[in-house]
Design a binder for this molecule. Structure first.
Ligand code: PMP
Length: 352
């Protein structure tokens, strides 16, 4: 009775609860240095937390998202009719694939894993197009996938996770001329790179995905949004789950926008820490951090196994991601945290 094409589908389990992790490693929860999931370790501002706590938990959220769409539109500088909010940016990836229902989607790799995961569930064939050696897009191969392999939806990430590099504007403009929906995932745009939202006015096939998980420190509440031409937004609104953004997430997101000037201080601190951490890592000699516009750094590991380095850090309560796969051989991805997080990371690396 079950779909055979999902026989080899595995649960998407990139993270574990903090207390479970701490117990596994044998350190107190407050000693964990969590640099593995690009979260904002400053957490939400108290006023944002209080706004979420005051939300009317016994009342369904507004399926039309009127207040939230208006607040986000003000933040982005577009009209409310161009915004659709979701249960994290992940929800909008799902809505887009269901709306287009393409035979195939293009995913330039290395990429965020959710595109492939959701495409597969929705029976859209993922066409993974390797990026060039410097991690720029292979425009020729992407164009080929659209013109000859049935791709109708392209996921680009700006700046990219896990490589941290921005999209080249001329390459994006070349792709926007294709007969395909181009989703530009700007989950990390608050940390660097310039947004492509201004291109929407001339390109009704462009949709930008954003989130409150990173800059606003609300990953656990799950709220993201899309920005597009109003027509595409109207279709997405009709197709989404009606109550996809819960009342606490809605209140927190609106409060985060109201308090964005204070949160900008945390963002600036994270960006400064990204640069300080990159300098310290490079100085070790056996780690080679790549330039990054995001709140994490991809690091090539020389002369040692990235997997073993990640395991040794983990044993000291420091969590990072490692990659050892054909498209990303022997790399670590390390999120930028607070100064004390970098200090703990560096102390542990020097011990190794
Ligand atoms: N896009 C990218 C590129 C990401 O890295 C992430 C989070 N890891 C997301 C989207 C998901 O964001 P959200 O938490 O809003 O679902």
């Amino acid at each position: 009775l079950l779909r055979e094409d999902l026989d080899d589908l595995e649960e998407y389990l990139p993270v574990k609860p903090l207390d479970v992790l701490a117990a596994e490693i044998g350190v107190p929860v407050d000693r964990l240095v969590k640099l593995d999931a690009n979260e904002n370790l400053y957490g939400p501002r108290p006023a944002v937390r209080e706004a979420a706590a005051r939300a009317p938990f016994h009342i369904y959220p507004d399926p039309g998202q009127a207040r939230l769409r208006e607040a986000i539109a003000g933040y982005v500088g577009v009209e409310p009719g161009q915004i659709v909010a979701g249960t994290g940016a992940d929800d909008l990836i799902d809505v887009l694939i269901r709306l287009v229902l393409p035979p195939a989607v293009v995913i330039p790799t290395p990429a965020f894993g959710m595109y492939r995961f959701l495409a597969k569930i929705l029976r859209a064939r993922p066409i993974e197009v390797p990026r060039r050696p410097n991690f720029d897009l292979d425009v020729v191969a992407i164009r080929h996938a659209v013109q000859h392999q049935g791709a109708r939806l392209i996921f680009l990430t700006h700046p990219n996770n896990p490589t941290g590099n921005p999209i080249n504007r001329a390459e994006l403009e070349a792709l926007l001329a294709l007969d395909a929906i181009i989703a530009v995932d700007e989950a990390y745009i608050e940390f660097g790179g310039s947004s492509v939202v201004p291109l929407i006015a001339a390109h009704p096939n462009l949709v930008v995905l954003r989130t409150f998980s990173k800059w606003a420190g609300l990953a656990g509440l799950r709220v993201g949004y899309s920005v597009s031409a109003p027509e595409l937004a109207t279709h997405m609104m009709a197709l989404k789950q009606p109550y996809n953004v819960n009342v606490a997430a809605e209140a927190a997101a609106i409060a985060a926008i109201e308090h964005r000037a204070e949160i900008a201080e945390d963002i600036a601190a994270i960006v400064a820490e990204r640069e300080r951490m990159s300098g310290l890592l490079a100085a070790l000699g056996w780690l080679q951090p790549l330039p990054s516009c995001a709140n994490f750094v991809l690091v090539a590991v020389r002369g040692r196994s990235a997997k073993e380095v990640a395991a040794a850090l983990r044993a000291r309560g420091i969590l990072v991601r490692y990659y050892d796969r054909p498209d990303l051989h022997n790399y670590l991805r390390i999120s930028a945290g607070r100064p004390e997080d970098t200090d703990a990371l560096m102390a542990a690396l020097e011990e190794l």
